[in-house]
Design a protein around this ligand. Sequence first.
Ligand code: ADP
Length: 398
Amino acid sequence: MSGERPVLVINAGSSSVKYRLLVPDSGEVLADGTIERIGEHGGELSHEVGGETHAGDHGAEDIGAALELITEQFATYGPDLDHLDLLAVGHRVVHGGPDFAQPTKITDEVLATLRDLSGLAPLHNPAAVAGIEAARQRFADLPHVAVFDTAFFADLPEVARTYAIPRELAERHRIRRYGFHGTSHDYVAGVARALIKTDGPVRQITFHLGNGCSAAAILDGRPVETSMGLTPLQGLVMGTRSGDVDPGLHSYLYREAGLGPDEVDTLLNKESGLKGLAGVNDFREVLQRRAEDDHDATLAFDVVVHRLTHYLGAYWAILGGLDQVIFTGGIGENSPDLRAAVAAGLAGLGIHVNPERNTAAADRPRVISPDDSGVAVLVVPTDEELAIARQTAALAAS
Ligand code: ADP
């Protein structure tokens, strides 16, 4: 069976590469690692295998060098990749543009199309392309599969994916709402549906809250709305990204602050969100400062909650009611304070969390609402690598 053979999942970002070697059917993780701060000073790496973590420094200048390092980590600490009967390599690709609505086997032609899409995701896709190129050289005999963050949202209803700008311009430049974190939204919504069996179409709202944050409205397993758009900048407040702003802000900043387009892009992507409001992008630090009554951190937390409340209300209306709310991602899974604050503002819609369930430490999928709640609130740890490995295995076997 193909799903019993290990798959190597590679997630290449602009300054880091994460990887995981796992068995798709069982979910067993054979090794896990990261190469961080690529091309910067003080590069760090870690490789976890058999319950032991091997950490160290590195001087990798680019993604190709990082891939070499990963190969070295496996050669030094195991498992031995050349004797594992690897099935395939799965690559996370952030933007699939209009061309890729499904996981796709990578060929030279596919890679060329991915390079063309870099204009749509300049912060993300070039790194994924570099990771694929390097991995195809190292694992030349294996099938490589691209799994896209946008794919789950490819068939968003036309009313949800259309921006009210001139149609001809939108078509020429492939401007639409694409949505991101699709692998995660799809995965956690599926786990929640398996956990709570409901007759008829299930109405779900998923909140993926990590460094990047997004919301999705899902009806009977299919997405009907999502908060990210043409790029992963739209929507919720994130670690360093602003989320929704008035589109007029861009020209205002050109005129009034003398910022150029790239500077505005950097400002909204790298200097905003929690970092812009509270000076730190790590939510744990925001929580800590809020506990010390720091005004900026308290406001940052409140703005995050306000935006979540706003989206939940909107998606409730779009779904025509609600059966399940699902929290996932580093913040969604680990911050009872945030979940309680969101629920507190939505009690009028019948959304409640049980304090003991909400604060109980656990890393499995679980319901945190009271048993008699009309709307089930769940925490579901996401596992994008497992989802990518399964989709990769399914395609590699076909
Ligand atoms: P990424 O989007 O890079 O995968 P994660 O899903 O790991 O990121 O989420 C990172 C965020 O999760 C950070 O803001 C971090 O502070 C937050 N986080 C991690 N653990 C906790 C915790 N115990 N309580 C609150 N926030 C947490």
